[in-house]
Design a protein. Structure first.
Length: 95
């Protein structure tokens, strides 16, 4: 399973790598558009991978240039699956 929604892309974090690093890594910050989504879709497989990563104790932070209202409208379930969201290119933090 790959966290960027694609099968195998160079530099992508796969769940196995995150799990192996779980003892060292305390948090992972990921971009939303084009990293967690593919063609504007946030798949159930990606949400499952996020949940599995969080189950190891690693905190997940999603970072986006989007404004909060836009993100909440397009991806309403995302907030339930992450530990923090950074909106508007870092101007707004939701924990």
């Amino acid at each position: 399973m790959v966290l960027d929604g694609t099968k195998a892309s160079a530099g992508a974090f796969d769940l196995g790598t995150v799990l192996k690093m779980a003892g060292f890594v305390q948090a992972v910050a990921l971009d939303l558009d084009g990293t967690l989504t593919r063609h504007g879709v946030l798949s159930g497989e990606v949400l499952t991978a996020i949940d599995e990563c969080r189950d190891t104790g690693v905190s997940l932070v999603v970072i986006t240039g989007r404004i909060r209202g836009e993100l909440e409208k397009e991806f309403p379930v995302l907030v339930e699956h992450v530990d923090a969201l950074v909106y508007e290119n870092g101007a707004v933090l939701q924990m």
